[in-house]
Design a protein around this ligand. Structure first.
Ligand SMILES: Cc1ncc(COP(=O)(O)O)c(C=O)c1O
Length: 409
């Protein structure tokens, strides 16, 4: 370990978190200081396998050489110019996103919530401008998650995150996910948008069915409502296609992406068609940092690697390995009810003596040297690097098994 790492460890530790940080998270007891691929080291030099991938952000693992090079090169050229000027990396990344998807126009922001905020504002503004001022209803889904701004948390379908902050934006209705009849019952002329995650992430790793996705598309068309896909977690290769809508034979009107778009550098994007985009004239929306050259340079480098057959096809191969190991563990300990999700967005629902014990499992995993994630109390979530080496999957799974065996004993 380098001197500077030891020096830092002496100055701050996990107790410092409790002293100086807003107490909205309860981070693990160790502090990571270095990452390489799917391995991470903490302040004490202990090594971990990373199955969490920074919550589906580190699509290329930690410190990928191409991303390091992009940061280094761009950091010596131009960091930031604001939206008063445009810049080459942003234009290039927008071109790439457009040529690979349904989209014709791109808006860059810095986080998933900001991309969604822009998407929801756009959907409302489009409907109000094109149709009438009463076409404002947003249909969203129970257990959905779209971020923590007041608008996005209100569109999200988890009252535990949305309640307690006073009046919410109005005219948002939540129905059960994958329930086409429920959407049909509430969609009407006043609906401006249906908003969904093709694979609900935070809500428990639940993939939409093809029938549901195609049915919702049809209902949106019949009611002149826009279909908005939040692919903040499911996009950028996570499910084995560049975007997960590509599994379903339909296209959205608006799509948001973040997380893996920058491979660990904060950047997000909202994609849409030219016809919808034209409703937003100069001054209708904006951000100081969104699309800054540094973030977009990293985004370009990440995109060029992720959007290749090698990486995308590797996702399914790795998924199978994860699934096989999980079935093996389950055959010994019977702790998983259902193993689900798409690509490398995998959920394992807990049962038996580990029901609702995801937090305890995460702690036991950390003890064994494995960084794991949950999706609520009852689901273990796996969002590793899309290029995680097979040896690291094997080693991580051994650690998971040890953690589970220890808890059951
Ligand atoms: C589907 C989805 N939408 C939006 C967000 C919010 O993104 P951010 O935390 O970058 O604002 C998340 C974050 O987990 C997410 O999973």
């Amino acid at each position: 370990m380098t001197e500077s790492v030891v020096g830092t460890a002496n100055l701050v530790n996990r107790q410092t978190y409790d002293q100086v940080m807003l107490p909205i998270y309860s981070p693990a007891e160790f502090i990571p200081v270095k990452g390489q691929g799917s391995r991470v080291w903490d302040q004490q030099g202990k090594q971990y396998i990373d199955f969490a991938g920074g919550i589906a952000v580190l699509a290329l693992g930690h410190c990928h050489p191409a991303l390091i090079q992009a940061v280094q090169q761009q950091s010596e050229k131009l960091w930031h110019v604001s939206n008063i000027f445009t810049n080459e990396p942003a234009l290039t990344l927008a071109q790439k996103l457009i040529s690979a998807t349904f989209a014709e126009k791109v808006f860059f922001a810095n986080s998933g919530a900001e991309a969604n905020e822009a998407a929801f504002k756009l959907a409302r503004h489009y409907a109000i401008t094109k149709h009438n001022p009463y076409k404002t209803k947003i249909i969203a889904f129970k257990q959905g998650f779209h971020g923590r701004t007041l608008f996005t948390v209100s569109v999200g379908g988890q009252p535990k995150y949305a309640d307690g902050f006073g009046p919410k934006p109005a005219d948002i209705i939540h129905v059960p996910f994958n329930d086409l009849a429920a959407v049909k019952a509430v969609i009407d002329d006043h609906t401006c948008a249906v908003v969904l995650e093709p694979v609900q992430g935070e809500g428990g790793v639940i993939a939409a069915t093809t029938e549901f996705m195609q049915g919702v598309r049809k209902l949106c068309d019949e009611n002149q409502a826009l279909l908005v896909f939040d692919e903040v977690q499911s996009g950028m290769g996570r499910t084995g296609k560049l975007f997960s809508y590509m599994h379903y034979g339909i296209v959205p009107d608006i799509l948001t992406t973040a997380k893996a778009l920058g491979g660990g550098f904060p950047i997000s994007a909202m994609l849409t068609t030219a016809e919808i985009a034209q409703m937003m004239g100069p001054g209708t929306h904006g951000t100081t940092y969104g699309g800054n050259p540094l973030a977009c340079a990293v985004g370009n480098a990440a995109f060029d690697i992720i959007n290749t057959p090698d990486v995308l096809q590797g996702v399914e191969v790795r998924r199978q390995l994860f699934i096989n190991y999980l079935h093996e563990i389950n055959s010994k300990y019977a702790v998983f009810d259902e193993i689900r999700g798409l690509g490398l967005l995998i959920g394992a629902e807990l049962t038996g003596s580990l029901k609702n014990k995801s937090k305890e499992i995460l702690q036991a995993c950390a003890h064994e040297g494995l960084m794991m994630l949950n999706a609520g109390q009852n689901v273990l979530r796996f969002t590793p690097s899309l290029i995680i080496p097979t040896e690291d999957i094997a080693e991580g799974m051994k650690k998971l098994e040890l953690a589970i065996a220890g808890l059951i004993a």
